[in-house]
Design a protein around this ligand. Structure first.
Ligand code: B16
Ligand code: MG
Length: 217
C-alpha cells in the first residue's frame, strides 16, 4: 500500500499566499480579483491560473506570450517571498501525524503537486524527510486532471496504481487519480469531490486502519 499527497489544500493552505500575489497582479492590471475568483485557481497550473485571471479581468487575448511569462514571473516572485516566511505551524491539522504513522507502518509516501515551489514549501514546513518521492510541477508536463503526476509518483515508489491511494482537495486532482486507476480520498466537500472513494474534512480524520479498510474492501 502507498499514499500520494497533493500539497496545497491537503498538507498546507498555500492558496491564501497565491491569492495575495494574484490579487496584487490584478490590481496592477487595473481590476479586482476576489477570493471567490481565487477558488477557480486551486490545483490549476501557474500559466492556466494566469489565463483564468485575465479572463476575470476581461483581458483574454490582450497580451503576448512573453508579456504573460513576465506577469507569471512577477506573481511568482511575490509568492516565493511570502512562502519563504512560512513555518511548520502552518501544516494543516493531522497532516504530520498521519504521514509519520504511514512511515512507521512502512507505507510508501509521495508528493503529487502541480506546484513548482513544492520543495521550498516542504522544506519550510520541515516535512521533506517524511517523503520517499517528490513529484511536483518541475517534473511533469501535463496538469491534473491528467494522471501524469500521480503515475510518476507510483512509479517512483515502485508501486502499481491499484496499490496507491491519492489524497486530494481539488476535483481535477480526484479525476487525475481516477484516470490513473488509483484509490482516492477527498479532503473537503463530498459534493464537490463526488468521484472520491470517500471524503474527510482533514487528514486529522484519517488513520492507517481506515486506509486499510479501503484497500481490503
Ligand atoms: P506554482 P497543488 C497547486 O498546488 C495550487 O493549488 C495552484 O493554485 C497553483 O497554481 C499550482 O499549484 C502551481 O503552483 O505557481 O507554485 O507552480 O494543489 O497541486 O499542490
Ligand atoms: Mg490542492
Amino acid at each position: 500500500m502507498n499514499c500520494l499527497f497533493d500539497l496545497d489544500g491537503v498538507l498546507v493552505d498555500t492558496a491564501k499566499y497565491h491569492y495575495i500575489a494574484w490579487r496584487n497582479l490584478a490590481q496592477r492590471l487595473g481590476f479586482e480579483f476576489t477570493e471567490q475568483d481565487n477558488e477557480r485557481l486551486k490545483g490549476v497550473s501557474r500559466m492556466a491560473s494566469l489565463e483564468i485571471l485575465l479572463e476575470v479581468g476581461g483581458l483574454t487575448g490582450k497580451y503576448s506570450d512573453s508579456e504573460k511569462e513576465a506577469m507569471a514571473a512577477e506573481k511568482n516572485a511575490e509568492y516565493v517571498r511570502l512562502i519563504t516566511q512560512m513555518t511548520p505551524d502552518e501544516i494543516l491539522p493531522g497532516a504530520r501525524e498521519f504521514l509519520t504513522a504511514l512511515r512507521a507502518e512502512g507505507i510508501g509516501v509521495a508528493l503529487g503537486s502541480a506546484s513548482k515551489n513544492a520543495q521550498t514549501i516542504l522544506d519550510r514546513l520541515e516535512l521533506t524527510s517524511l517523503f520517499d518521492a517528490i513529484i511536483d510541477g518541475t517534473k511533469v508536463s501535463k496538469a491534473k486532471p491528467d494522471p501524469e503526476v500521480f503515475l510518476k509518483g507510483a512509479e517512483a515508489l515502485g508501486a502499481q496504481p491499484s496499490e496507491c491511494c491519492v489524497f486530494e482537495d481539488a476535483a481535477a486532482g480526484i479525476e487525475a487519480a481516477r484516470r490513473g486507476g488509483m484509490h482516492c480520498i477527498g479532503i473537503g466537500n463530498p459534493q464537490v469531490l463526488s468521484q472520491a472513494d470517500f471524503c474527510v474534512n482533514a487528514l486529522a480524520d484519517m488513520t492507517v486502519e481506515r486506509l486499510r479498510e479501503l484497500f481490503n474492501k
